[in-house]
Design a protein around this ligand. Structure first.
Ligand SMILES: *[C@@H]1O[C@H](CO)[C@@H](O)[C@H](O)[C@H]1NC(C)=O
Ligand SMILES: *[C@@H]1O[C@H](CO)[C@@H](O)[C@H](O)[C@H]1NC(C)=O
Length: 281
C-alpha cells in the first residue's frame, strides 16, 4: 500500500471504528451486574467500546421514588456525556427505561444518540406481580394515588385505567412526563427528549412481568382493559413529548419478540447480538 493510501486507510479505520460509549441503567431490584452479558458481547463484537453503568439504587433501593433515582443518576450520566462529546448510547432495562426518560427529559444539553429501552413500562403498569390477587390489583389505586403512595416506585407509574382522574391528580412521575396531567415543564421535557437521534423499544408477549406487556411499546389498556397500541394513545396523538415526531421522522424502532421472559431480556445472547448490537454504532 502506498503512503497516501495507507493514510486514508488508517484515517477511515480510526473514524469508523470509534463506537460510541454505552451506558447501562438497570431496573427494579437490579444491580449494574445485570448488564454483564451485554458488556461482554459489546466488547467482543465492537472491541474498544467503553461501557459504563449507573452506580446507584441497587436492589431494594429501587423502591424509592423515580425522581430521586433520576437526581442521583444524573450527575454520573452528565460526567460520561462530558467525557464523550461525540455522544453516548443508553441501554435501559425495565424500570430503568422510565428512569432514562426522566433523565433525558431533564438534561437540557444531553448528547444521547440512541436510547434502547428493553421491557420498560413506558406507558405505566396495571398489575404485573405474579400471584397478585385481582381484588388487590383493583384496589391498589386507593393506596398509590395519594401523596404517600407516590413515595415509592410503584405509585410513580401505576396507571389504573378505571381511575384515570386520580392518576392524573396524583401521579407525579409518569403523568407529567406524558403530559397526562398539567405538566408545567412539558415543553422543556419534549425539547430535551427530542435531542436523542432514535429510540429503540423492545418487548414481547411472554415477558410475564410488565402488564400489559405492550406498555414496553407505549401501548396500554383502555377503560375496558383492552390493550390499544401506541397510535391510539393521547400522548402519541398530541405528540406530548415527541413520540409522534420521532415516529414520523423514522427515529422510532419497535421490536415485539416472542419467547423471552422478563429476566432474560438482558441475558439472552440472541437478543443482545441480533437486536441491541444493531443500534450501537
Ligand atoms: C451497587 O452494587 C455494585 C455491585 O453490584 C457495587 O459495585 C456498587 O458499589 C453498589 N452501589 C451502591 C450505591 O450501593
Ligand atoms: C399539555 O397538556 C396541556 C393541557 O391539556 C395542553 O394545553 C398542552 O398543549 C399540552 N402540551 C403538549 C406539548 O402536548
Amino acid at each position: 500500500m502506498g503512503k497516501t493510501r495507507m493514510f486514508w486507510f488508517l484515517f477511515f479505520v480510526g473514524f469508523c471504528a470509534a463506537y460510541k460509549p454505552v451506558v447501562f441503567i438497570h431496573g427494579f431490584n437490579g444491580t449494574p451486574e445485570d448488564g454483564n452479558l451485554i458488556k461482554d458481547i459489546i466488547q467482543k463484537m465492537h472491541p474498544g467500546t467503553l461501557y459504563y453503568t449507573a452506580n446507584a439504587f441497587n436492589r431494594t433501593d429501587t423502591v424509592k421514588p423515580l425522581w430521586e433515582e433520576v437526581a442521583i443518576v444524573k450527575p454520573q450520566l452528565v460526567k460520561y456525556m462530558e467525557a464523550h462529546p461525540d455522544g453516548i448510547h443508553l441501554i435501559c432495562y425495565s424500570q430503568g427505561g422510565l428512569v432514562c426518560r426522566g433523565l433525558l427529559s431533564t438534561i437540557p444539553d444531553h448528547n444521547v444518540d440512541t436510547l434502547i429501552a428493553v421491557s420498560s413500562p413506558m406507558a405505566g403498569i396495571y398489575g404485573g406481580f405474579k400471584g397478585l390477587p385481582e381484588c388487590i390489583r383493583r384496589n391498589l389505586y386507593r393506596l398509590l394515588y395519594s401523596k404517600m403512595g407516590q413515595r415509592n416506585f410503584l405509585g410513580n407509574y401505576w396507571k389504573d385505567p378505571h381511575h384515570l382522574e386520580l392518576y392524573e391528580k396524583f401521579s407525579d412521575f409518569l403523568a407529567p412526563l406524558n403530559n397526562d396531567s398539567i405538566s408545567p415543564h412539558i415543553t422543556e421535557f419534549k425539547h430535551n427528549f427530542l435531542r436523542i437521534k432514535r429510540m429503540v423499544l423492545i418487548g414481547g408477549p411472554n415477558d410475564g412481568l410488565i402488564r400489559p406487556w405492550q406498555s414496553s411499546l407505549f401501548g396500554f389498556y383502555d377503560e375496558n382493559e383492552i390493550v390499544q397500541d401506541m397510535k391510539k394513545q393521547q400522548y402519541f396523538i398530541k405528540d406530548s413529548f415527541g413520540l409522534r415526531t420521532m415516529y414520523e421522522q423514522n427515529r422510532l424502532f419497535m421490536y415485539n419478540i416472542k419467547g423471552i421472559v422478563h429476566k432474560q431480556w438482558v441475558r439472552n445472547p440472541d437478543v443482545i447480538k441480533g437486536v441491541f448490537m444493531k443500534w450501537l454504532n
